[in-house]
Design a protein around this ligand. Structure first.
Ligand code: IMP
Length: 193
């Protein structure tokens, strides 16, 4: 079966994507490719950072590869933390640090609208493609739930009464930013196979 490298070592994401592409590709992680370098994400857009990651790994192994980059965009903060979502509260900060900083930043704010956006960059047969996935929602006033990761305890997707952290991963994946981008990737790969 054809190998497709996923430029990640996040086992949660890897498992999710393996399940979706199981009939078409053997999806392998960076670790399985013996790639251990830290890939920088120096750009100001998710598109550029995702492409950068895919290019670095493609240059390393020459195989077809895809990467993903995600940001949480809060309306009242003019789209912040956006591309800086991972290190919103500083370098080496924890998910909890980020969540607390965001709740504080929105402390007296009534407009709690936000969206998660994922960009997937694919290099297939030496050509580059990108796929976007977005989910709209709002930032809650308090944390709720213990599933998932990152900002999940304070993100309530539109049309739902629970945060992502109160959903099963299966339910979250059906409507999430990453789930939507991955579905587009999978549909595209089917047309190419
Ligand atoms: P990454 O590009 O997937 O590493 O995401 C960057 C940051 O966005 C992560 O460190 C998390 O803080 C946050 N993030 C990404 N995806 C999710 C999600 O599905 N739920 C909550 N937070 C997320």
């Amino acid at each position: 079966m054809k190998k497709l490298v996923f430029a990640t070592n996040n086992l949660h994401k890897l498992q999710e994507i393996k399940e979706i592409l199981i009939e078409q590709f053997e999806v392998v992680s960076l670790k399985e490719m013996n790639f251990f370098d830290e890939i920088e994400e120096p750009y100001e857009t998710l598109h550029k950072n995702a492409l950068q990651k895919a290019r670095v790994v493609h240059q390393f192994c020459g195989l077809d590869v895809f990467s993903d980059d995600t940001g949480l965009e809060v309306d009242a903060l003019n789209g912040a933390p956006g591309v800086y979502s991972a290190r919103y509260a500083g370098v080496n900060c924890s998910f909890q640090d980020n969540v607390k900083k965001l709740l504080k930043a929105l402390n007296s704010e009534e407009n709690r609208k936000a969206k998660f956006r994922t960009v997937i960059a694919l290099i297939l047969n030496n050509k580059e493609y990108t796929f976007d996935g977005v989910v709209e929602g709002e930032i809650t006033k308090e944390q709720s739930g213990s599933e998932g990761f990152g900002y999940d305890p304070i993100f309530k997707p539109e049309g739902f009464e629970t945060t992502f952290a109160e959903m099963t991963s299966e339910a979250k994946n059906k409507i999430s930013h990453r789930g939507r981008a991955v579905q587009k990737l999978a549909t595209f790969l089917k047309t190419k196979n």
